[in-house]
Ligand binder design. Structure first.
Ligand code: ATR
Length: 287
């Protein structure tokens, strides 16, 4: 009899990860005799762990902070999306070869498909230029966005990202964000702090932008990739201005789908029941 498939999630630290709960929910739901276990690895030990995957009997797994860049370097074959983002969050063996992908772009797009089904328009405003921003930009380009305005506190980083993605991305100054807001049909916050740090820890040379949601197109969709808290200050402000908002938890749930399908052979569904269970475990509330 074939052994039950085994998958992992590794990071440093790993105890915050919601992934075991998501995958175990699906393993139970689909009655699959597989496992999904958290494994903590330090950055120093990470290469050794990756090289021992076959020996340990893993079919693959997820990689989270701070190892996504190392995973990209260590995977034997990476797909197009991982190469654009320069980071891998999902690993699996195929014909004995360790493949890597990044499923954040997929998760981002599926979340909007669920909660803002007509989100595929032309002009988007993206705030932030880190790894998450790259995943968002990939998804936007793939879904037909022609004009993407990118702003980041550190402009040089936005310039690099825009250069990497090429045509269709225009970098604007952090301070000029409100000059562009009215044109955007979709506004995405990809920064870790959202608006939270607005009132504290400001740096006078680089003041936080105050997003003037009142100047936004009334049909705009506003989304945040941060999901703790579920209603980030960024989303709250947008909602206060009467705008449609989509929270970030669906991205977390959907990004888990491709990995589960690779390791366990079934494409799992992201449902309201799964969402509620994960939110409850986070002490959050449905909005
Ligand atoms: P991730 O992979 O989650 O995107 P990251 O690569 O560290 O993480 O990027 C974090 C993003 O949040 C960056 O765009 C960062 O801006 P800088 O490039 O200027 O650092 C942004 N960010 C983090 N803290 C911020 C703050 N207090 N104000 C504005 N932007 C911030």
């Amino acid at each position: 009899m074939a052994e039950s498939p085994k998958a992992f999630v590794t990071g440093y630290p790993i105890h915050h990860s919601r992934s075991p709960q998501i995958h175990r929910y699906w393993l139970d739901l689909y009655k699959i005799a597989g496992s999904y276990e958290p494994v903590e690895t330090t950055p120093q030990d990470f290469p050794l762990f990756i090289h021992s995957l076959k020996e340990r009997g893993f079919s693959g797994g997820n990689v989270t902070l701070p190892h996504k860049g190392q995973a990209y370097a260590l995977a034997e074959k990476c797909d197009e999306v991982a190469s654009h983002i320069g980071a891998v969050n999902t690993l699996w063996f195929e014909d004995g070869i360790l493949h890597g992908s990044n499923t954040d772009a997929y998760g981002f797009a599926c979340n909007l498909d669920d909660f803002a089904p007509d989100w595929e328009k032309e002009t988007a405003l993206v705030i932030g230029a880190g790894g998450a921003s790259r995943a968002v930009l990939f998804a936007l380009k793939e879904r037909g966005y022609q004009q993407i305005i990118l702003v980041n506190r550190t402009r040089a980083r936005a310039d690099d990202v825009a250069h990497h993605f090429g045509k269709g991305i225009v970098v604007a100054d952090w301070q000029s964000v409100n000059d562009h807001i009215g044109r955007a049909e979709l506004i995405i916050n990809t920064t870790s702090l959202g608006m939270e740090s607005h009132s504290q820890g400001q740096n006078d040379n680089n003041p936080e932008p105050v997003i003037n949601f009142a100047a936004a197109n009334p049909d705009v969709v506003v989304t945040d990739i941060v999901y703790i808290p579920l209603m980030t200050p960024f989303l709250k402000q947008a909602q206060k201005a009467g705008l449609k908002t989509v929270d970030g938890i669906g991205m977390l749930l959907h990004q888990a789908v491709p990995g589960f399908e690779r390791w366990f052979g079934i494409k799992p569904q992201v449902t309201g029941a799964l969402r509620s269970q994960i939110l409850t475990s986070m002490g959050g509330e449905e909005i």
